[in-house]
Ligand binder design. Structure first.
Ligand code: NAD
Ligand code: MG
Length: 397
């Protein structure tokens, strides 16, 4: 029986994880569930899964959650340290890291440092602290399994000894597929007026709001490029992005002998989640088999002029050090402002580029440096936003 902690249980990935678990009560038991603000939803999950711990963000929410629970088996904790506690607890075997954004870094690192089996959905953690993160995986003997559908696909297409190095196992290139998001065919003029509701309506995947906006700007693919470089020890040049609107081919690996291996499936996160939960075994995920006859598959290159976030991410990875952490923090501020209708869609990359230009990167050799780069980038991003709004007031056109 595997004891599982789900960081971000009320989110889209958290829900899909619980959906897979319902098929396998004999294999998995929920050890801890965490949520940020959706206390009612967390209460329902606690009633149903009876975890040993539930973690909320704020101490004030403890009595609120307690009042909603008729069970006393669940101990309720609050705050970042509590997240790290349930992620590294000796009785927990596996941690699903599904908190969105930089907030997931410390608890995910706590799971890695405790040598857990870590199912990584929280790509921002790896983008921010890739080098430290991967060192910690090796040092503490953690098992890191990718949940992002593309990275899980790549993982499935690689031989098990790939950590020896991509060249050693005959890999020439990784092809990272991208749906292209809801604005794939929009002109630059159309992109100027898109709304948060349009951005959050992804054509192929149902996801949290932040990653939905990232998919629309293609920053998601930029973050995934960085994620792939760290997970598979690839150079940015070895990772090529291909637009594939149907989201059936989840990614591909090309070998020196001319072979291209791909992983295909219906676009449903329960597949990579089940793969990572059971690896190296296979378990039922509740996902129907792919009916290839029903699908027409297209592939073409991305347009970086309409979607500059891709270039910004590649440049940040090439710069190295704290540049990806700065990129990530600026993106989080920009996406939040866009969702609050305080920033137009096309200004998202402008804000990110301005922060990357203003804040020099430094070596990312310790956590404090990374967290401080994250904080500084957020301050500069907020200043940029204030300036942007005061310029708007001066010249409303
Ligand atoms: P979501 O917004 O649906 O859920 C986020 C979860 O994180 C919620 O449970 C929320 O309570 C928790 N959370 C938010 N802010 C927090 C904070 N400050 N402290 C603690 N907890 C907090 O997001 P999602 O779509 O499930 O995505 C989660 C992660 O998985 C992201 O990093 C995303 O990039 C990645 N991912 C998601 C998908 C997908 O299909 N949804 C696919 C691939 C990767
Ligand atoms: Mg993905």
């Amino acid at each position: 029986m595997q004891q599982l902690t789900i960081l971000g249980a009320t989110g889209s990935i958290g829900q899909s994880t619980l959906a897979v678990l319902t098929y396998h009560p004999e294999r998995y038991r929920v050890f801890a569930l965490t949520a940020h603000s959706r206390i009612e939803e967390l209460a329902e999950l606690c009633q149903r899964y009876q975890p040993r711990y539930a973690v909320v963000a704020h101490v004030e929410d403890i009595p609120r959650l307690q009042a909603l629970l008729s069970t006393t088996v669940t101990e309720i904790l609050a705050g970042t340290e509590a997240l790290a506690f349930v992620a590294s607890h000796q009785d927990c075997d596996t941690v699903m890291a599904a908190i969105v954004g930089a907030a997931g870094l410390l608890p995910t690192l706590a799971a890695v440092t405790a040598g857990k089996r870590v199912l990584l959905a929280n790509k921002e953690a790896l983008v921010m602290a890739g080098s430290l993160f991967m060192q910690a995986v090796i040092e503490h003997g953690a098992t890191l399994l990718p949940i992002d559908s593309e990275h899980n696909a790549i993982f499935q297409c690689l031989p098990s000894h790939y950590p020896q190095g991509l060249a050693k196992v005959g890999v020439e290139r990784i092809l990272l597929t991208a749906s292209g998001g809801p604005f794939r065919e929009f002109t630059a003029e159309q992109l100027a007026t898109v709304t948060p509701a349009q951005a959050c309506k992804h054509p192929k995947w149902v996801m949290g709001r932040k990653i939905s906006v990232d998919s629309a700007t293609l920053m998601n693919k930029g973050l995934e490029l960085i994620e792939a470089c760290w997970l598979f020890s690839a150079t940015p040049e070895q990772v090529k992005i291909v637009i594939h609107p149907q989201s059936i081919v989840h990614s591909l690996v090309q070998y020196v002998d001319g072979s291209t291996l791909a992983q295909l499936g219906n676009p449903d996160m329960r597949t990579p989640i089940a793969n990572a939960l059971a690896w190296p075994e296979r378990i039922h995920a509740g996902v129907s088999a792919l009916d290839l006859v029903q699908h027409h598959l297209d592939f073409y290159p991305p347009d970086e002029r309409r979607f500059p976030c891709l270039r910004l991410a590649r440049e940040a990875m090439a710069k190295g050090g704290t540049a990806p952490a700065i990129l990530n923090a600026a993106n989080e501020v920009a996406v939040e402002a866009f969702l609050a209708e305080r920033l137009p869609f096309i200004a998202i990359p402008q804000l990110i580029e301005a922060v990357l230009t203003q804040l020099p990167m430094s070596p990312a050799d310790n956590l404090d440096t990374i967290l401080s780069a994250d904080q500084q980038a957020r301050i500069i991003a907020h200043d940029w936003l204030m300036q942007y709004h005061s310029d708007l007031v001066k010249s409303p056109d």
